[in-house]
Ligand binder design. Structure first.
Ligand code: GRF
Length: 209
């Protein structure tokens, strides 16, 4: 009995924030469920709008989800304060942004120092910053004639896509690539890279306890 309680205490609860399809959310959740990320639990998925595919994924995976829309709050700081309350209720220790398109406010950064990860579909520091998301990233990479692209998992700080890079994966850019074909090749790598970084982060956080 005692060891069961001990076991529960040594789990890292994760929250994933999304704005869209949620395929990276699913990759992390599945890695936790199939034991590739031991001693962790995806406790909550927060979407910033209703009707997005990630909500269906959460339901299918049996993971609690909620929609928090910024427009329902007086300002961004109230929005993130509410999010923080929800995190506290669930003892969240690690936050993963996975296609979440709202800039995180300092209040959340202060509550989770070095514990908010993001994934970006390019090799940062190139092709990052405001307005560089989704299709725009892959269009810019192709337009610039890059031979290589990829994805980056990084820590969040108060500037878009500027936090410390944790790990990257690379893919070739092929001569006949369109933004869609390149996006698909990058996304395949994202689904491997993000769970791997979360696994490392969970084990680091457990070692800090
Ligand atoms: C991914 O390409 C990620 O790099 C970017 O947004 C996209 C989210 O895709 N930040 P999904 O919602 O996880 O399928």
């Amino acid at each position: 009995m005692e060891s069961k309680i001990e076991n529960q205490k040594s789990k890292i609860n994760i929250a994933v924030l999304v704005s869209g399809d949620g395929s990276n959310f699913e990759a992390i959740a599945c890695a936790v469920k199939n034991g590739a990320i031991p001693q962790a639990e995806v406790k909550l998925m927060v979407a910033n709008k209703p009707g997005v595919g990630s909500l269906d994924r959460a339901q299918r995976l049996g993971i609690e989800s909620m929609v928090l829309q910024a427009k329902d709050f007086p300002d961004r700081s109230a929005y993130f304060a509410r999010m923080n309350e929800e995190f506290k209720k669930r003892d969240i220790r690690l936050v993963c942004l996975a296609g979440f398109l709202i800039k995180v406010e300092p209040s959340l950064l202060i509550s989770f120092p070095g514990r908010i990860l993001n994934i970006h579909p390019a090799l940062l520091p190139k092709y990052g910053g405001q307005g560089m998301y989704g299709r725009y990233v892959h269009e810019a990479v192709i337009k610039a004639g890059e031979k290589e692209s990829g994805c980056t998992v990084h820590l969040i700080d108060d500037e878009y896509d500027k936090g410390r890079i944790v790990k990257q994966a690379r893919v070739p850019v092929l001569p006949d690539d369109t933004p869609d074909t390149l996006a698909a090749r990058v996304l395949e790598q994202e689904h491997k890279l993000y769970p791997e970084v979360v696994r490392q982060m969970v084990s680091f956080l457990l070692s800090q306890k």
